[in-house]
Write a protein that binds this ligand. Structure first.
Ligand code: MRU
Length: 369
């Protein structure tokens, strides 16, 4: 997707094979800052401090983190150390664990001197596959938007989204935004309600930015306004991303997603969740045991933004000493989800629905209760 008219991905390797580079998402939308990752520690820091974020991108960054570790020391001990370090950075997005397991599967059987090259090659493969899965999510989700558009007499389809499940959260295209980009590219009029997504404002800083870069009409709203517009008939469809889908179809996503699902269901508005298969945790029977990241209270107690003098500042919004909690994700029960939009098609949010698209998992020790 484009920034300032130039096609970019969120992560890449310099042409001579080193270093890995990323867009520092903490600087957006005020500055397009590119950061080099030279070691697995750099990759771990980028994930922890959310220079990169979003489930698929966290996974791909971790894969490159392993490759960087292999460049320095390709021993078994180094491989395991890098995997342990990277896995510990954020607990909720299962893509992180998935990508690290993929790297271990490919690298462990290889002789040590073959590992660095194979690691970069496999990380690049995961990145390309992620972009392709997201593209296919868009093709499949486009049909949902097309059907709604057919009933709207040429008026825009109003789509509510939460957080950033756009191309910035992935390698390219995005999950929730991919059907939107495909609809826009196909000439279907769409308008996106963008939740600001406190406390880190991924909607305001990232989703609004990337939609604007692609020319998609959108309006930023505070998180509490989504229910109101949904109730007033101004939302035709909700599409969000996810960090982990349990085997029964329960869905973990950015804190506040559950409330959007409740409002959607109360008002008969379809609530879809878009994901690549790397986000399905087949071993997790339901959403209750999904680990929910608890982040620093500072994120709730402060907001950051650009001051009139152009400087980016963080300011306190509470009296000193105000206690705060900061769960980063919540779980939306499968019963509230109209459907899951995947790279293989759209299915019900249920064990049967998931298995209908991924039949090879039927014998895979699925943990459904
Ligand atoms: O804390 P973040 O910004 O990493 O959270 C991101 C989300 O919640 C996204 O919706 C999710 O990762 C899906 S990304 C395609």
């Amino acid at each position: 997707m484009n920034i300032n008219g130039k096609a970019m991905r969120t992560i890449w390797v310099k042409p001579d094979g080193f270093p890995v580079e990323i867009i520092d998402q903490t600087a957006l939308p005020h500055e397009l800052k590119i950061v080099a990752l030279k070691t697995s520690d750099d990759a771990a820091y980028a994930i922890q401090a959310m220079l990169v974020r979003g489930a698929p991108l966290i996974g791909v960054t971790a894969a490159y983190g392993v490759a960087l570790a292999m460049r320095d020391d390709a021993s078994d001990a180094s491989l395991e150390e890098a995997i342990e370090l990277l896995a510990a950075q954020r607990p909720t997005a299962v893509n992180l664990k998935w990508a690290l397991e993929e790297m271990r599967r490919v690298l462990s059987p290889l002789p040590v001197d073959g590992r660095p090259r194979a690691a970069f090659k496999h990380a690049a493969k995961l990145a390309t596959e992620d972009a392709d899965m997201c593209r296919r999510i868009g093709v499949n989700g486009l049909e949902i938007i097309r059907e709604i558009a057919a009933r709207k007499d040429g008026k825009p389809v109003n789509i509510l989204t939460h957080c950033n499940a756009g191309w910035l959260a992935c390698v390219d295209w995005g999950t929730a935004t991919s059907p939107i980009y495909h609809a826009h590219n196909a000439g279907i009029p769409v308008h996106v309600w963008v939740d600001e997504t406190r406390p880190r404002n991924q909607g305001a800083s990232l989703t609004a930015f990337e939609l604007a870069q692609h020319g998609v009409p959108h309006t930023l709203i505070c998180d509490n306004a989504g229910g109101h517009y949904t109730q007033r008939g101004e939302v035709d469809l909700v599409i969000v991303g996810t960090d982990r889908v349990a085997a029964n179809g329960d869905v973990a996503n950015k804190i506040g997603t559950y409330l959007k699902a409740l409002a959607a269901v109360d008002n008969g508005v379809p609530f879809y969740v878009a994901l690549p298969s790397s986000t399905i945790d087949w071993q997790m029977p339901d959403g209750a045991a999904i680990p929910i990241e608890e982040r620093s209270a500072d994120e709730v107690l402060h907001v950051s933004g650009r001051a009139p003098n152009g400087k980016v500042l963080s300011v306190a919004i509470t009296a000193p000493g105000t206690p705060a909690r900061n769960p980063a994700f919540d779980v939306t029960p499968a019963r509230l989800v109209t459907g899951l939009i995947t790279e293989r098609g759209v299915c019900a949010a249920s064990a049967d629905g998931l298995l209908s698209l991924y039949p090879e998992r039927r014998s895979g020790g699925l943990a459904v209760a």
